[in-house]
Design a protein around this ligand. Structure first.
Ligand SMILES: CC(C)(COP(=O)(O)OP(=O)(O)OC[C@H]1O[C@@H](n2cnc3c(N)ncnc32)[C@H](O)[C@@H]1OP(=O)(O)O)[C@@H](O)C(=O)NCCC(=O)NCCS
Length: 174
């Protein structure tokens, strides 16, 4: 029997499940800015609360192991009026054992669909990916995100060398 993945809204009660997912991604595949020991309860609580209040936070559970999160995405408003038309601070994380199976595509597609249909005020969604994370950059391009420049020597790579960050944005087309 083929198990189906389904997307649901995340809640504050998912705090420790999101932490476990982010720590696995940080420790094994990388791609998120933080290292595993920097994925603190305070950091995760902060983005869950902000995105529940003024943004979107979605997750996918492992259908063969209900209660375990295998993917999460969030984005939220910067919180001041001049930026009320944009979502920022976007991060997506798929558990390393589940990457390359279409789960990120399902989750990110659902996020953009929600923005298009339930948040007509949002004209722009922005994120930053490090230049060496070409998988993520290709992934975002598939959804219509475009690079908006190159932030030279902004982030340190695996061996401490400095590399560029790439700011990207999706702009609503009327
Ligand atoms: C980047 C990330 C979110 C993508 O999620 P994913 O679930 O691995 O992505 P998908 O499987 O949906 O798609 C990725 C690729 O797999 C391919 N793919 C899709 N369905 C597939 C399937 N059933 N079998 C094999 N490959 C598949 C896609 O065509 C896509 O190819 P591309 O690399 O040419 O774009 C995920 O790899 C991740 O969490 N990485 C670590 C954290 C990270 O980098 N986050 C972004 C920070 S900026």
């Amino acid at each position: 029997m083929q198990l189906e993945f389904s997307v649901r809204g995340a809640e504050l009660s998912d705090l420790h499940k999101v932490m476990a997912l982010y720590r696995a991604v940080a420790a094994r595949s990388g791609g998120i800015a933080r290292q595993a020991d920097e994925v603190t309860e305070a950091y995760v609580r902060n983005f869950i609360e902000r995105c529940l209040e003024a943004g979107i936070i979605l997750a996918i559970e492992d259908p063969s192991n209900p209660g375990t999160l295998i993917a999460e995405v969030h984005t939220c408003s910067p919180g001041i009026r001049v930026f009320s038309h944009l979502f920022s601070d976007l991060t997506i994380a798929v558990h390393p054992d589940y990457q390359g199976k279409g789960i990120g595509t399902l989750l990110f597609g659902t996020l953009l669909q929600e923005i298009k249909s339930k948040h007509p005020e949002i004209q722009r969604v922005e994120l930053i990916a490090k230049e060496s994370n070409q998988k993520a950059i290709r992934f975002y391009r598939k959804f219509g995100f475009r690079a908006e420049g190159r932030l030279e020597k902004r982030i340190s790579g695996k061996t401490g060398e400095l590399e560029a960050d790439i700011p990207m944005a999706w702009i609503r087309q009327e």
